[in-house]
Design a protein around this ligand. Structure first.
Ligand SMILES: [Zn+2]
Length: 432
């Protein structure tokens, strides 16, 4: 259910006065405003880090976000979008175009082992994927952009999204539900930007890529049904364990022999469940795993091949296969036209030496859902710094990020929003 909170806090508006600036001044204003916001962004991030909440349970995090936005003087704030999502609007000096900036807010079922003074106070839950930083960065960018609102040639929609890591079983959530609940409409959004912290990239840098950046995530569950028998009389059975061995081998040929070798693809089985006792051939075996690609056509082809190989391999042995695909999203696919339009904004924000091209990665992100609806660009934000121990991978109990990256992220998102609105306005100047 959506609720709309409008609190016209005059006092709060006075706390964050607009900075009136021409085009060049706006450019010059982003960095100092981002730097001014940095200590507060660190405080927000630590507060969120200490109180992590799992997917679709981001109640306190979303309260913090809404309160921080209200305190800045932003009045158009919707809470309760897709469970605990928060969507706010900063109106510039023209109503359109509208650009969206997105951050995710959920944490993971990981027991933190960083020893940080602001470590998780929720046992077994940790911000091990940096979504605490994403949320703090978007709040920081909100503050910068709100201060520059009178110079913005359009509006900025701030999208604080829950449940990126996946909703609990039986629940909807994440980007797909945000879209279903209308986040890209009213007012209509024409492009979206987002970022993710990257522990293999040094602080100060941002990595971009045109086309496929992150993999599609398709999850499969295959039930191979045979016939149970005594292990001493296998000819009376249809042995699903032997069938599963053939199936697992067969699906490896999708990547090794069927899909163009120049296309990244992974087919992995993570679960095999079958049998209870050493001397009984069971009735069924269940396989679970994932198919990941960087291209929509390759994804469709791979899933088609998967179905064909599994069904026909099972049939060749007299068994039956039931195949379910779920939890899926497309690749994070950065619109090439948008990337070439926005690369100068990254360079303006960070300097040419700090804007690097990323190789494609096989992990996924539900940001892909927005990019299926409108052009979008997702970038990686460097958070690696040996000096502060920020060297461990995402999703591990030791994961630490370099907070010096927060103002870099704030600059990146702010500049992308400003330059996108400017470039769109230049395409269609207001009627005279
Ligand atoms: Zn993440």
């Amino acid at each position: 259910m959506k609720r709309c909170i409008s609190t016209g806090l005059v006092a709060a508006i006075l706390l964050v006065p607009p900075v009136t600036a021409g085009a060049q001044d706006v450019q010059a204003s982003v960095q100092p405003l981002a730097d001014q916001t940095a200590p507060q962004a660190v405080a927000w991030r630590r507060q969120i880090h200490a109180h992590p909440e799992r997917s679709n349970r981001e109640e306190k995090t979303s309260q913090l976000v809404a309160a921080a936005l209200r305190e800045m003087g932003i009045t158009e704030i919707k809470t309760g979008v897709a469970h605990h999502g928060v969507v706010a609007l900063i109106r510039g000096n023209r109503p359109a175009p509208v650009v969206a900036l997105r951050a995710d807010m959920d944490a993971l079922p990981v027991q933190e082992a960083t020893g940080l003074p602001f470590a998780s106070q929720n046992p077994g839950v940790m911000h091990a994927c940096g979504h605490d930083a994403h949320t703090a960065i978007l709040l920081g960018a909100a503050k910068v952009l709100f201060q520059l609102r009178e110079s913005l040639p359009g509006s900025v929609k701030l999208v604080f999204q829950p449940s990126e890591e996946g909703a609990p079983a039986g629940e909807e959530g994440g980007a797909a539900l945000m879209i279903k609940e209308g986040v890209l409409r009213d007012p209509e959004v024409s492009a979206i930007f987002g970022l993710h912290v990257a522990p293999d990239l040094p602080t100060g840098q941002v990595a971009y890529r045109a086309g496929g950046l992150m993999a599609s995530v398709d999850r499969f569950r295959v039930t191979l049904r045979g016939r149970q028998s005594h292990a001493a009389m296998p000819w009376l059975s249809i042995d699903p364990i032997v069938v599963s061995a053939h199936v697992i081998t067969a699906i490896q040929t999708i990547s090794s022999r069927r899909i163009d070798a120049r296309q990244p693809i992974v087919v992995s089985v993570g679960v095999i469940q079958g049998g209870q006792v050493w001397n009984i051939i069971p009735e069924q075996v269940v396989l679970e795993g994932t198919v990941r690609t960087h291209d929509k056509a390759v994804r469709d082809e791979a899933i088609g091949l998967f179905r064909q190989l599994v069904e026909q391999t099972a049939a060749a042995h007299g068994a039956r296969a039931e195949i379910e695909f779920s939890g899926d999203h497309a690749p994070v696919w950065n619109d090439p036209e948008l990337v070439s339009r926005m690369k100068p904004a990254l360079i303006a924000a960070l300097g040419e030496a700090n804007v690097v091209e990323s190789p494609p990665v096989m992990v996924g992100e539900d940001f892909a859902h927005y990019q299926e609806a409108i052009p979008g660009m997702f970038v990686f934000l460097g958070v690696r710094n040996e000096a502060v121990g920020a060297v461990h991978p995402l999703h591990t109990p030791q994961f630490v990020l370099d907070e010096a990256a927060l103002p870099v992220g704030i600059r990146t998102l702010s500049q992308l929003a400003i330059d996108y609105l400017r470039s769109k306005t230049a395409e269609s100047p207001p009627a005279k």
